[in-house]
Design a binder for this molecule. Sequence first.
Ligand SMILES: [Zn+2]
Ligand SMILES: [Zn+2]
Length: 415
Amino acid sequence: MDMDPVARLKSGFEDFKVNVYNKKPELFEPLKEGQAPTYMVFGCADSRCCPSVTLGLQPGEAFTMRNIASMVGPYDKNKYTGTGSAIEYAVCALKVSVIVVIGHSRCGGIKALLSMEEGARQLVSHCHFVEDWVRIGLPAKRKVQTECKALPFDAQCSVLEKEAVNVSLDNLKTYPFVKEGVENGSLKLVGAHYDFVNGKFETWDAPTPPPSKAVDAVARLKTGFQNFKIDVYDKKPELFEPLKEGQAPTFMVFACADSRCCPSVTLRLQPGEAFTIRNIASMVGPYDKTKYTGIGSAIEYAVCALKVSCIVVIGHSRCGGIRALLSMQDGAPNNFHFVEDWVKICYAAKKKVQIECKALPFDDQCSVLEREAVNVSLDNLMTYPFVKEGVASGKLKLVGGHYDFVNGKFETWTR
Ligand SMILES: [Zn+2]
Ligand SMILES: [Zn+2]
């Protein structure tokens, strides 16, 4: 890319603002008041796999988590707070009706899982996190190694891409609120696979009781993919052919899982441009191999393997996670199992806002906190040795961003 990375983000947003946001008030006006997404989507952080692009998901439709290999860990309040907080918020607060877990072709996380030596301490000596994270898919790996041992490595990877999705679907049912929703028919779990080599998308039901009203929601995903295939994928071989061989994104982006905030949409990021993590309130926890393996594995992979040159952390207006952080009573019992524990990452920002802005009303304090929380995440990024090194050597730039969907503004800053 020739353009300066930050200028690229700004021009992407301007394009979105002029051609989409300003032209569809009927879509964006109601979304200013709140989100009521049908889907919760788990997608891989891979820059070629944004579900807003490949499935045509529109702002407001899908609360979206993105991590390495779209994995869902089992219910565990110490190890998987990032995943748990998002599932809890999506199911209990937003009341989504479908959870989709999407695997994909040529996934680096799946390759790491299949090639890692059992019992060996680390795949590559400098990998601190990736192996520990993809371990979530170990049951699938065992299955593939037993049932497909005659297949070559790449073919085993293809099978594992789907079997790992099945492990995530099983893990989803270890969350009491998910299990309850599935049993009473208000929630459906769907597995999916995006094959960017052959331009295919398939879905399957989790082996659970028969679905209720969610059949249309699955059909909607298929139609979305067909539109993408015909209108984009088939028309731009010059973009998609090289991406079949690998990704070399400029950006690593942290964005909120909020259905109104997909950076592929709001910044017009194209397939291959941005390795993208989405979680509650786009928070980056500090270097911690027990508590933040999801985040750590993604930063490590983006910086050490993909060699991104710019990490952008984007906050947004009216963020539910930021509201939860500001309204939570210190010392009071948690209403939720996970959300409060997760948003505590930015507790230092909350203290700062409560002291410096105590005269402001709650909503205004939230607006300040949206940006201050980004600053805490930028500081936390520097606790990762590979990030610190990259910044010191000038190869890596850290950028804060804020998307204001109420006023149609996007701002960036550096620390
Ligand atoms: Zn992947
Ligand atoms: Zn948010």
